[in-house]
Write a protein that binds this ligand. Structure first.
Ligand code: PYC
Length: 412
């Protein structure tokens, strides 16, 4: 134990150094980022670090990481279906690989491998398709069969007993899990150290536009003049876009998740089943972190339900019958902004100075680093980086959709 830690233990809270500072709200910032989750914080961090732009405010209506960044199930992977998606998420995996060093903060990225199970001929075909696309982009994925799956997940029933027996899986060794709070706090601390102002408990109530150009943001703590606003919210992205009169092709749905009591380590891969609608991993603390597909209705409710855990438990027990006596510790819900093609919306919009990094459905956390880095580049250079060009707002007008439904976590 370090001397510093010992001193803190004896002195109590006074000795703790805050991770970031509190600032008075200035009446003008060069860039205002709405949303204090991984996307907004990463963008602020890279703006300051890579481009020397630190006259930046990050506005968060609650506390840092209180939205999707604190509610996701932390799965990191790049085994997508389209070349555009694979290349984009692959850059994020690479950034995650170096993130602890980059932020000088242990984000506990564990590349334990990711299995997407196939229980039908049709899903096996999609796994083969994804494996081909992944390999062509240099991403490590391949289709494996029950005998190999059993070696990776010995407690999973790969026999003919389950109602939908496992026929194969897309195996993606670089995939894994990360400690989501650490990622958010690391970016927040890194941005703060470079001069960015993080404003918690600061809700955006309006955005002023003159002659189709953003001029100011109104907040619960006062008005800020600015020419650049980034909407980096999840769950509320259409409401924020509505403040400048912009309609987004987004439907907001709750996504529920839960965690069990800690168990001895027995599962060191991430397991996803689209057919059975669940994903499962074992955290460093031994808890099983599990989730399903988005709720089948639009809502801003973050309540979680008994019917969700009943349905999920039934499906998980099909493949992991030995978990029958394991107790649930807690359950929660987050909000997912679903787009028609299951890809995000990033970049410029028809309103000058109003930028978006939204539409993150159920896949936002894994994209935090790459989105932050590339949106910072876009803001600094006023040019859209090639990597995120396919996800532009105008693709919906041009009919250039990036269909990722076949690779979204579970069948939604
Ligand atoms: O896209 O990997 C994913 C995912 C897992 C849980 C929700 N989304």
């Amino acid at each position: 134990m370090s001397i510093k830690l010992l001193r803190q233990a004896f002195n109590g809270r006074q000795a703790l150094t805050p991770m970031w500072q509190h600032h008075a709200l200035k009446d003008r910032y060069e860039v205002v980022i709405i949303g204090g989750g991984v996307h907004g914080l990463a963008c602020a961090y890279y703006l300051a670090k890579n481009h020397g732009i630190n006259d930046v405010a990050v506005l968060e209506k609650r506390y840092i990481g209180s939205g999707g960044s604190g509610r996701n199930t932390t799965i990191i992977r790049s085994n997508y279906l389209t070349p555009e998606g694979v290349l984009f998420y692959d850059e994020s995996v690479k950034l995650y690989e170096d993130l602890s060093e980059e932020l000088d903060f242990n984000v506990m990225f564990s590349q334990r491998g990711h299995l997407t199970l196939a229980h039908t001929d049709a899903s096996l075909r999609t796994m083969r398709w994804r494996a081909e696309v992944n390999q062509l982009q240099g991403v490590n994925s391949s289709v494996i069969y029950p005998d190999e799956i059993k070696k990776l997940a010995p407690y999973m029933d790969v026999s003919d007993r389950p109602r939908y027996p496992v026929m194969g899986a897309l195996y993606h060794p670089p995939g894994g899990i990360v400690r989501h709070d650490a990622v958010v706090w690391g970016y927040a601390r890194g941005a703060d150290r470079r001069g960015v102002h993080l404003h918690q408990e600061t809700e955006v109530t309006g955005i002023e536009v003159e002659k189709n150009r953003v001029t100011a943001v109104q907040t619960s703590r006062g008005r800020i003049k600015t020419g650049t606003v980034l909407n980096a919210t999840a769950g509320w992205c259409s409401l924020i876009a509505g403040m400048v009169g912009l309609k987004l092709p987004v439907e907001t749905r709750p996504l529920q998740a839960c965690v069990t009591e800690p168990l001895k380590p027995f599962l060191d891969t991430v397991v996803v089943s689209g057919t059975l609608h669940f994903y499962l991993s074992q955290s460093d603390r031994g808890e099983l972190v599990m989730g399903a597909s988005v709720d089948p209705f639009t809502s801003y409710s973050q309540d979680s339900t008994l019917s969700f855990v009943e349905g999920l438990a039934g499906h998980v027990l099909e493949l992991f019958p030995s978990l029958a006596q394991v107790r649930l510790l807690r359950q929660w819900a987050g909000l997912c902004d679903m787009t028609p093609d299951y890809s995000p919306i990033m970049g410029f919009t028809p309103v000058t100075g109003f930028l978006v990094d939204v539409g993150w459905g159920t896949y936002g956390f894994k994209a935090g680093p790459v989105s932050g880095k590339r949106m910072a580049e876009l803001i600094a250079t006023q040019h859209t980086p090639d990597l995120i060009a396919p996800f532009s707002y105008d693709r919906f007008l041009a009919g250039r959709l990036v269909g990722e439904k076949g690779a979204a976590s579970v069948g939604h």
